[in-house]
Write a protein that binds this ligand. Sequence first.
Ligand code: NAD
Length: 717
Amino acid sequence: MSTLAFTTDADGIATLAIDIPDRSQNVLTPALFADLGAALDRIVADDAVIGVIITSAKPSGFIAGADLKEILALIDDGIDAVGAAAWVRTGADVFRRMETCGKPVVAALNGLALGGGFELALACHRRILVDMPGVVVGLPEVTLGLLPGGGGTQRLPRLIGIEKALPILLEGRSLAPAEALKLGVVDQLAAKDELIPAARAWLLTRPSAVAPWDVKGFKVPGGAGPLAPHAARSFQAGTARLKATRSRYPAPHAILSAVYEGTQVPFDTGLRIETKYFGLLAADPVSGNLVRSFLRQSEARKRGAFGTARAASRAVVKLGVLGAGMMGAGVANVAAGAGLEVVLLDRTLEAAERGLAHARTQREKEVARGTLSADKAEATLARIRPTAGYEDLGGADLIIEAVFENRAVKAGVTRAAEPLLAKGGVFASNTSTLSISSLAVNVADPSRFVGLHFFSPVERMSLVEVIVGKATSDQTVADALAFVSRLKKVPIVVRDSPGFYTSRVFCTYIDEAMAMLAEGVAPALMENAARMLGFPVPPLAVTDEVSLDLQKLVIDQAKADGLDARFLRAHADPVVERFNALGRLGRKSGGGFYDYAADGSKLLWPGLADLYPAAVAQPSAEDVGKRLLYIQALESARCLAEGVIDDTATADLGSVLGIGFPAWTGGALSVIATVGEDAFLRDCARFAAAHGPRFAITDGLIEQVACVAGTVRRSAA
Ligand code: NAD
């Protein structure tokens, strides 16, 4: 058995210790299912075995879930719903055999147990979970456009009731040990050294080997189906949740159906219902897009860990952060969390200490949530040293400036700090709009200067754009990627050009909305069309959030820098001017496109209808939504054609993680493959004729579009 060690002891207790070869974490593989099946044969045949402990031999945890690369390969090969249901059924059958083998089985969960790993545990007769910070259990399949296909949608509601099970299944939220025990998804917690002894002790009590749902007369706790009041309310709440996903994500709906239908029939029939819905989801392009995106993110996170193809990376031990404002404090906090020594500098010690106070607030929240121990929080905060003295930066391997977005201020701090870098150290700017190549004139060695564009709030946003200036060396890029990987963030490499990648594409979203406003498209139609597509914040609302004075600043700066006309945002410019003149600057001034009430709620500003009267004939919501999606896809294709980005994955990751492009599409370039190349080209031609050349697919672009549509699936893994 290559994936698990099988031992038996004098008490007749068999232990299966899972250890998938060549993997840092256990995942469910066909070989593991085969080995589990063979182990069950031996257990059933051996009368001396009184019970079984299933655990993991890996210190990294129990089982992280299914092998997503295997799932993606099946999806990319075009597996249909019937094939996918049959595939998932193989594993589900092994779990069911284990559950009904006639001998008690206890899961000794020595660390994280997610997805199929936790489903395996649910098929055991008892679950004992190690009680350590950072350990989680859960069923995150919904976040990948799938459902738990190993019996999770059937066992969990039968174990803890529909009311408690549905939120776990629909949110895909991970549960820390205390919460898992409270909800009843595990039976017992144990300290690390007590885990196996506790499992043994339970087996020695000679417990029942029959799952509750296999006992005659079993009823789902709290009742199942439309007539049980608790369950009915939960289904209503679950259905309301579908509204939040705008029906673009089929998994929550399939989960609700699997639970609703499956809990009203015998358990084994429920399992068949579950596999049917799993098959339907696996055959839907959305699950492929979400699984691919997840895999790309984890690949990208590791990208800098071993250097790049061209250069080995240098490890950052000491980090300097200039500016302890919103971004600087966030970067310092995240870096300290990753174990770096951080010097956080601002104009005064008080200002720098405010940055440290921000980090403290964030860490205290984690302690309160139980995701971080108080000791670790203190140790992390102790690694941040607030200061107003440049000499404290001496010997830093990397210095990131995050001071005001002002060339003169940035030049001042850069010139003062750069000489203090360690030999071969890197200087980075977190600028959101200024050219990296132009800022590099402030350092002695521009080859060691790079952009590190973090997003706000830094703690929550996983994307970092690594901006390569004209003089930035391969070594510097490798060092920057290594640093981002160390922070467990997702880097994308972008060549220096106006707006880099994310801001450039995001601007087209806003610009297109402004074009529609001027055409007389009803604002409510536009905002709702964007919401229906899954944009987290529709274009007028997001412009208010960013603020119209900042928009004006960026447009004015672009004009002052003499940028090419296509970066001047012709449609946004007059609208932004008008709103600045009116003093309607967005949420921060109490009004912009919306009026904001004291309680934070907002309503479209009635005056908007006078400024931009709605046309008599309105376009369909579908076309409005397509314009918002496709304008960003086209700009991404232009970035690819111009060499601003190198590949589809960069655009997809950057757009989904950085600017809220709807994840179900796969991202700003994969959306072309998702909707189909021909349909995309047809719609763009129609929009170009009606709205202008920004939708025209020129020669260079058509190659990009065809290439993206053709290779997106192949390039995934
Ligand atoms: P902020 O105003 O919150 O913080 C700037 C900090 O820099 C302040 O604490 C200020 O005291 C300090 N500072 C100013 N001049 C200084 C000097 N001479 N020496 C030392 N410290 C000085 O700004 P922010 O939002 O954190 O933005 C900082 C940078 O990050 C800007 O370049 C901005 O464009 C970029 N950025 C911002 C965001 C965002 O969403 N806010 C996102 C990405 C990038």
